[in-house]
Design a protein around this ligand. Structure first.
Ligand code: HEC
Ligand code: HEC
Length: 288
């Protein structure tokens, strides 16, 4: 039973509900709103027909347009792999010295080497490859084993004093003290001689020190202490030190030599990764 009536004040129909004299108006929805609403319903139905939507037991309705986000992803991945695969194969087939001369390969290898470096190298060489005591800085042009792209590549492939690799970089400094090669006085003279080469405090050049240096040290460190990358003998005439670089530190290396060890990366990471790392390190600024 309806007791609808027209509200006198607004002229609108009421719902017929009344509480304590307050009546509820039944204002119709605006026409534009209603049509928009119907429009969205039609659109939604159309959408569920065109695209995958309604859940079925093991999948969903496929939609008449045949869209599939998984297939799209597969296609994207395949395309990315194809694009990259070509470059990786080129890197594998190109000698590392040629890679640095090729803009595209160089860019790709540098980016790859940079991210590999973060994972495998920073714990010893530091995040900025700045190194630390016993761990060489890789940004400068002071190299133990040589800074040409080929030398860096060889160092990385076979490591340094890495026993399991027959081709590893290897050289051991004699223990001049314990093995009685030099007397305490001679050690003092030659250490002061070395210290004098780069102005280390306490250094003093002398004819005896110079002769001792030529006889005992020059083979691995160069006649003038300029270093010998073939033997991993660091330069002693510059101000870059692998160890402490004080007169005491120089003497310590003569009576109790320290030798750095670096893993061989060739077997661990594969040749492509090692090439990328070599290109990255070479490009840090000190590459020759
Ligand atoms: C476990 C520590 C350690 C890790 C990890 C390590 N290195 Fe080294 N690296 C050394 C040490 C120590 C030396 C110095 C060896 C020596 O005294 O001759 C060295 C030397 C080098 C050299 C030769 C520097 C020169 O002056 O000739 C290069 C290049 C190098 N590392 C690059 C790398 C790269 C690239 C990685 C990552 C793949 C890496 N290192 C990871 C310890 C490490
Ligand atoms: C058979 C080769 C060899 C001979 C000979 C030799 N050294 Fe060395 N020396 C090395 C090597 C290799 C290293 C680097 C060790 C390392 O990489 O950890 C080194 C390191 C040093 C260092 C540390 C350099 C630094 O940057 O901290 C000093 C100092 C040094 N030698 C002094 C001498 C003096 C002085 C003599 C002669 C009395 C001598 N060496 C003879 C091979 C040699």
């Amino acid at each position: 039973m309806s007791n609808k009536e027209i509200d006198d004040l607004s002229g609108t129909e009421t719902t017929g509900h009344e509480w304590d004299g307050i009546k509820e108006l039944n204002t119709p929805l605006p026409r534009w709103w209603l049509w928009t609403f119907y429009g969205t319903v039609v659109f939604a139905l159309g959408y569920t027909i065109a695209y995958p939507a309604w859940p079925l037991i093991s999948s969903a309705t496929p939609g008449v347009l045949g869209f599939s986000s998984r297939a799209n992803l597969d296609a994207d991945l395949a395309a990315a792999k194809a694009a990259q695969g070509g470059v990786i194969e080129k890197i594998a087939a190109t000698p590392v010295a040629e890679i640095v001369k090729d803009d595209e390969l160089n860019r790709f290898a540098t980016a790859g080497g940079k991210s590999l470096f973060k994972v495998y190298c920073t714990q010893c060489h530091g995040t900025g490859a700045m190194g630390g005591v016993g761990y060489p800085n890789l940004n400068d042009d002071d190299w133990l084993w040589g800074g040409s792209i080929d030398q860096i590549y060889t160092t990385l492939t076979h490591g340094v004093r890495h026993e399991a690799d027959a081709d590893t970089r290897f050289n051991i400094m004699p223990n001049f003290g314990a093995d009685g090669i030099l007397t305490t006085e001679q050690i003092d003279q030659v250490a002061k001689q070395v210290a004098s080469l780069s102005g280390v405090e306490g250094g003093a050049a002398s004819p005896e020190g110079q002769q001792l240096f030529l006889d005992n040290c020059a083979a691995c460190h160069g006649d003038a202490g300029q270093g010998n990358p073939d033997l991993g003998g660091p330069a002693l005439s510059d101000r870059v030190w692998l160890y402490t670089g004080t007169l005491e530190g120089i003497k310590a290396q003569l009576v109790k030599p320290t030798h750095g060890v670096m893993p061989a990366w060739g077997v661990r990471l594969g040749d492509v990764a090692v090439k990328e790392l070599a290109v990255y390190v070479h490009g840090l600024g000190g590459g020759q």
